[in-house]
Design a protein around this ligand. Structure first.
Ligand SMILES: N[C@@H](CCC[C@H](N)C(=O)O)C(=O)O
Length: 278
């Protein structure tokens, strides 16, 4: 089985080219590939399938040739992965698939998104995230209020109380959350304000515990959720938010129905893996 390894701000993925949708991908195989000691190691798998060849994407085949079949490291799959789309676009671009004047259309389980590929950064319009509820997360015995945000996948954005240090949070285990609000689980972001930076209206830092992948060094859809809540709390509905994640910086631009997620995306390795050895 051929693979490529890539990452976006250290949110890392095993990319599996499978235009025909013929690979016998199972939750167990995905988890084995993502295992950081016995496998290749990654936060998730991006299977590259022609939209026409996958039942979850065939309805998008007229608008997008390629489907990002995204799986979390534990073998579950998710509707959306913002950094995944950026790395997926980097891979397609490296194969000569460049899209048109509007960018590169990518089908996901949450619909079709468009990526604009640059030499360093790749930006993807994720569509406007939707704030829909409030809830709480518990971490280290502390209950923190948060805001539920739909980015195609579910997020709970929690502003850290002033006295607490983002770096001191114990995210070795899943934060507690309310399953009545998030019946399919949730990605939990903890946010703290950061010093102003040039080129951004707001600057925040976040850590994330991802559904299906534990703590990761970056989450693109999570950064979009965080930026949406930060702008709302600042009384704005448009603007640029710099979001520092443990793996670098993402820049989120909200305007009208668009939410552009921008940052670096790189391919670092390619090779072959025998699933029988995993
Ligand atoms: N890291 C991703 C999000 C991946 C999916 C998430 N774990 C879920 O289950 O919803 C991103 O960059 O958006």
């Amino acid at each position: 089985m051929q693979f490529i390894k890539g990452h976006g701000t250290a949110n890392d993925f095993v990319i599996l080219p499978d235009p025909a949708g013929a690979l016998p991908l199972t939750p167990a195989l995905v988890a084995a590939l993502c295992d950081r000691r016995r496998g290749i190691g990654a936060d998730g798998v991006l299977r590259v399938v022609r939209a026409a060849n996958h039942p979850d994407a065939v309805r998008h085949a007229e608008r997008a040739e390629w489907f990002m079949d995204y799986w979390n490291a534990d073998g579950t799959y998710a509707e959306m992965c913002g950094n995944g789309v950026r790395v997926f676009a980097r891979y397609l671009d490296s194969m000569g698939v460049t899209g048109d004047a509007d960018g590169l259309a990518v089908a996901t389980r949450a619909g079709v998104v468009r990526a604009v590929v640059g030499p360093d950064a790749i930006a993807v319009d994720m569509g406007r995230p939707r704030i829909y509820d409030t809830s709480t997360a518990t971490v280290g015995g502390l209950t923190v209020p948060g805001v539920a945000v739909d980015c195609g996948n579910p997020h709970l954005v929690c502003a850290l109380p002033g006295a607490l240090d983002l770096g001191g949070l114990d995210l070795t285990r899943s934060p507690g959350f309310d399953p009545a609000v998030f019946p399919a689980g949730v990605n939990v972001e903890f946010v703290a304000p950061a010093e102003p930076v040039n080129g951004a209206d707001l600057h925040v830092a976040m850590r994330v515990y991802e559904r299906g992948s534990a703590e990761t060094l970056s989450c693109g859809s999570g950064a979009c959720a965080v930026a949406t809540v930060a702008l709302r709390d600042a009384g704005r509905d448009a603007g640029v938010v710099a979001v520092d994640v443990l793996g670098g910086r993402l820049t989120i631009t909200l305007d009208g129905d668009s939410c552009w997620l921008a940052g670096p995306a790189v391919l670092v390795a390619h090779g072959e893996v025998d699933p029988g050895t995993l």
